[in-house]
Design a binder for this molecule. Structure first.
Ligand SMILES: [Zn+2]
Length: 393
């Protein structure tokens, strides 16, 4: 059998990653503890520590010892050891943020963009990155890369096959942007927003992230890998048909989950019910709201006030979602389910309660599983933080 050559450089990089991961997980470790947790020999661990210290990624502090003699040396991550920029391309703006080695936000900038051509958007990204580097000069030489999150179908972390919100088709955005900047650039699909919901030091290995906003979709991490599928369409939970022959969905089919629980669908339903006299939102000023986001915000106030219509609608939404999520659990076997988007924010407790109740009857062998349901906490930062973490990892 032919033997593969041993790649010593690759082993060294893997060992450096291992040490960084252990320090992130434990916070502070002595050299002895680090050797114990990593299984590395004294000479290997010493040379890795020296290299990481030289790069400024870790710092040493003197520990305390009850014994006489030399005090132990403690090691920890240097948050300022390196930085990454996360960028989100929105339909009308570019949003960029600078994150330190522990994925904490240093500063962010939002810039309006009226011209959506790739060249104009790339110029806007260059400008926002330049502004961040000028505002945080200490990070300029230590920024490892720029992660750009784009809604659409992305190939090889560089090529935009299709982005409907931006109106782009077959755009090599990485090449375009790399030609303007002297920092490495990586293009990511919006799935990276999931990373913002995990602890950078101990990411979940099996997770389903459900976003309920203007649309309904989900992202899946299985065995530590962000899944894409044959055509990048994994996790289209919003297009699971709940009511055959139901309302027409934007996808062309009928009765999809999205036609029942998306922000737009709920806002439309509330307006219709007001017209029919079924919903009487006295004091909530819901009649004059235009955007689905504001209608849902008012509905959230109705739920909190115990309004019977508002609560009944929340229970209905929760029941539909819980059935679809149960199917995902049977198929994907996650350890955590994170609910994101403005609808999930509006009625999270109702959704969680219904999902847990439905699991009892709809999930195979539920008693043998341990599944946590959490509310997304990153809000507007989700995409830029997720893109930056992808660079820092
Ligand atoms: Zn659909």
């Amino acid at each position: 059998m032919k033997k593969e050559p041993v790649d010593f450089k690759d082993i060294a990089v893997q060992n450096e990653k291992l040490v960084i991961t252990l320090l992130r997980r434990h916070g502070v470790l002595s050299q002895t503890q680090l050797r114990k947790y990593s299984g590395l020999s004294m000479s290997t661990s010493s040379s890795i520590i020296a290299r990481l210290r030289g790069k400024g990624y870790i710092i040493e502090t003197k520990g305390v010892s009850s014994k006489r003699g030399a005090k132990p040396v403690n090691l920890s991550i240097n948050p300022g050891g390196c930085y990454a920029v996360g960028v989100e391309l929105r339909t009308d703006s570019v949003y960029a943020g600078l994150f330190d080695f522990n994925a904490n936000l240093e500063g962010d900038i939002l810039k309006s963009v009226s011209d959506k051509s790739p060249e104009a958007v790339a110029a806007a990204v260059k400008e926002t990155v330049g502004m961040l580097m000028a505002d945080y000069p200490y990070a300029a030489s230590r920024t490892q890369g720029i992660g750009v999150a784009i809604s659409g179908s992305i190939r090889d972390n560089s090529f935009v096959v299709l982005s409907s919100p931006l109106g782009w088709k077959n755009v090599d955005f990485k090449q375009l942007l790399s030609g303007m900047l002297d920092i490495p650039v990586v293009i990511y699909p919006t799935q990276v927003r999931m990373f913002a919901e995990m602890d950078i030091e101990s990411p979940h290995r099996n997770m389903v992230y459900v976003n309920i906003g203007n649309g309904v979709g989900s992202h899946v991490i299985l065995d530590g890998h962000l899944c894409g599928g044959a055509t990048g369409r994994i996790g289209e939970i919003g297009h699971v048909v709940m009511i055959p022959q139901g309302k027409l969905c934007g996808c062309g089919n009928r009765g999809c989950l999205e036609t029942l629980i998306s922000g737009r669908a709920i806002a439309r339903r509330i307006r219709e019910d007001i017209g029919k006299g079924l919903c009487q939102p006295r004091g909530f000023d819901i009649e004059n709201c235009d955007l689905p986001e504001t209608v849902i915000a008012r509905w959230s106030e109705m739920i909190a006030a115990g309004d019977s219509y508002g609560v009944a609608l929340a229970r209905e939404v929760a029941l539909y979602l819980s059935r679809a999520v149960s199917v995902m659990v049977n198929i994907c076997d996650p350890q955590i389910i994170t609910l994101a988007g403005y609808v999930a924010q509006a009625c999270f407790e109702h959704l969680k309660e219904a999902i847990l109740e439905t699991f009892e009857t709809d999930v195979y062998n539920y008693s043998e599983r341990s599944i946590k349901i959490t509310k997304a906490r990153s809000g507007n930062l989700a995409l830029i933080k997720g893109a930056a973490i992808s660079i820092l990892q």
